[in-house]
Write a protein that binds this ligand. Structure first.
Ligand code: ADP
Ligand code: MG
Length: 564
């Protein structure tokens, strides 16, 4: 062929391919979903770029995907007339993994097939799943508007070859040369079934050749192409017509997860704003949830069913960055640019409305006594991130606070723990504040001398040990009219005498200790603001207390560590 070259795969790709081939076998059908999903993405891209540059369509505006097989050659082919790729793009996109976090991904592999399969899904390396069933893959592609096409061939070993080709139609055709035992896929019924199961809601027609009767076959008739999938995007359909399986399948396909979602909310909003949202909460946190450079698929924005962008930041606040799904607006212009989206009132309203829906969804999980496991899972996987909302989302702070769950001195279970409403319901008579303690570890929190008086008085204390807790609590000073108070701060009123006798006792003690207090003050000098006699300790002789309005010792330590 013309302009032929052989190149080696990036080391990471080689590793990935080995993994794919050896550990994904029980999920081998996913190749169909992944390749159809790539074709659909390519059609989306063409439709989007085509709004500004009509030439990309090359006079062929009917966008579709087709699937065919050849029993003699033992191949299955998946084609699209989408945007296609240039030679450089092929090298960049299917010879290398340019995405950040590749290393993290490979490092997080456990060797446990199930877990690793899950990671592959999250990582979005779907193309390579072709090698689960194929021992050779050919990709023919030409970018719309370009004259030369490119052929990529690989056997999934260490190398691939490239050559120039003539390709009349723009777009991409992926041909799978099936492995020895994979003849089951050379079957129209089997393939149609795969399409209906995994890709029914792809927004473009997926076509296959109709089955010929034996007679027609004898006469050498050409089979006609017919659409196999339902075709309309799921979110545009009436809720009553969508089954839970449909929702789950759509989620797995469009949000790149191999597991069913935890829960979802589907809403058509009408009135001054018209949009549809279909938002999911996954069952498991992605491995890069806390990685600031992590690849987050997030929420996709569509305008009148045309894909616009995949940018979670604009549609969901950071503390809901685990939410996935689709928002489809009828109000934004089709040729909307990223710049316009930076500050757009329509989008702001959509975002605010969607946040409400997600909070409502989480609330309903928290209330659901039939399936308490759901909220437990949610809190375990995403609680740490969700907490950030107290700081980030002032408008919904109370709603978020209601959903927070804590370990406490009376309930250390983490799943999901104690809510502030539970806490208030069992406050001691006369107790006015919600008390908490922050520490690096649970053990440290539990054994703090600050807790002694609370134990004595049977007052529950929230035990906070997450890194973000200190920061979150600095913003959560009140809940339902009750002040939240750190046990390590200020002149706790708890030590107050309850009877006249006790009061006298305390006064006497203070009088007697004056000399001692003076001596300690002198010894500690500038290192402390004040030395006081306290009645809040029962076992420990002394403890450090932060100023009411100052930083707590814990926060001070965190800032010091951070070099502040
Ligand atoms: P992802 O789809 O998550 O990006 P994949 O491994 O499935 O990961 O695909 C890698 C990349 O290869 C895609 O992002 C896309 O740029 C390119 N690609 C794959 N299939 C096609 C196709 N049919 N048409 C155009 N580009 C494609
Ligand atoms: Mg893909």
């Amino acid at each position: 062929g013309q302009n032929t070259e052989t190149r080696g795969f990036q080391a990471e790709v080689k590793q990935l391919l080995q993994l794919m081939i050896h550990s994904m076998y029980s999920n081998k059908e996913v190749f169909a979903r992944e390749l159809i999903s790539n074709a659909s993405d390519a059609l989306d891209t063409l439709r989007f770029e085509g709004v500004k540059n009509d030439a990309l369509f090359e006079g062929d505006p009917e966008l579709s995907i087709w699937i065919d097989f050849d029993t003699d050659a033992r191949t299955v082919t998946i084609g699209d007339n989408g945007i296609g790729m240039t030679r450089e793009q092929v090298i960049d996109r299917i010879g290398t993994i340019a995405k950040s976090g590749t290393r993290t991904f490979l490092d997080s592999l456990s060797g446990d097939e199930k877990k690793d399969a899950h990671l592959i899904g999250q990582f979005g390396v779907g193309f390579y799943s072709a090698f689960i069933v194929a021992d050779k893959v050919t990709v023919d592609t030409r970018r719309g508007g370009e004259s030369t096409g490119t052929r990529w061939i690989s056997d999934g070993g260490g190398e691939y070859t490239l050559e120039d080709i003539d390709k009349p139609g723009h777009g991409t055709t992926v041909t799978l040369h099936l492995r020895e035992d994979e003849d089951e896929f050379l079957d129209g019924y089997r393939l149609r079934h795969l399409v209906r199961t995994y890709s029914d809601h792809i927004a473009f027609p997926i076509k296959m050749r109709e089955e010929l009767s034996e007679e027609d076959e004898k006469e050498g008739k050409e089979a006609a192409w017919a659409q196999v999938n339902r075709g309309a995007p799921l979110w545009t359909q009436a809720k009553a017509e969508i089954s839970d399986d449909d929702y789950a399948e759509f989620y797995k396909h469009s949000c790149h997860d191999y597991e069913d979602p935890l829960t979802w909310t589907h809403n058509k909003v009408e009135g001054s704003q018209e949009y549809t949202s279909l938002l999911y909460i996954p069952k498991r946190a992605p491995f890069d949830l806390f990685d600031p450079n992590g690849k987050q698929h997030g929420v996709k924005l569509y305008v009148q069913r045309v894909f616009i962008m995949d940018d979670a930041d604009k549609l969901m606040p950071r503390y809901l960055r685990f939410v996935k799904g689709v928002i489809d607006s009828n109000d934004l212009p089709l040729n909307v640019s990223r710049e316009i989206l930076q500050s757009n009132r329509v989008l702001d309203k959509i975002r605010a409305g969607s946040v409400k829906k997600v909070l409502g969804l989480i609330e309903s999980m928290a209330r659901d006594d039939d399936e308490p496991e759901k909220f437990k899972t949610f809190w375990k996987e995403f609680g740490q991130v969700f907490k950030e909302g107290v700081v980030e989302d002032a408008e919904n702070k109370d709603k978020i606070a209601k959903l927070l769950r804590f370990k406490t001195t009376t309930d250390e279970s983490a799943d999901p723990g104690v809510g502030l409403d539970d806490y208030i319901a069992r406050m001691q008579p006369g107790q006015e504040k919600i008390y908490y303690i922050t520490a690096d570890t649970l053990a440290e929190a539990k054994h703090s001398p600050h807790l002694e008086i609370f134990k004595k008085k049977d007052i529950e204390v929230l035990l906070l040990t997450d890194r973000v807790d200190e920061w979150v609590m600095a913003h959560l000073t009140e809940y339902e009219g009750k002040e939240l108070s750190s046990v390590a701060k200020g002149a706790l009123d708890l030590g107050e005498a309850e009877t006249e006798e006790e009061k006298k006792e305390q006064e006497k003690l203070a009088e007697e200790s004056k000399g001692l207090v003076e001596r300690i003050k002198t010894a500690l000098g500038e290192r402390v603001n004040e030395v006081r006699v306290t009645h809040r300790l029962t076992d420990s002789p002394a403890c450090l207390v932060a100023d009411e309005h100052g930083m707590s010792a814990h926060l001070e330590r965190i800032l010091k560590e951070a070099g502040q």
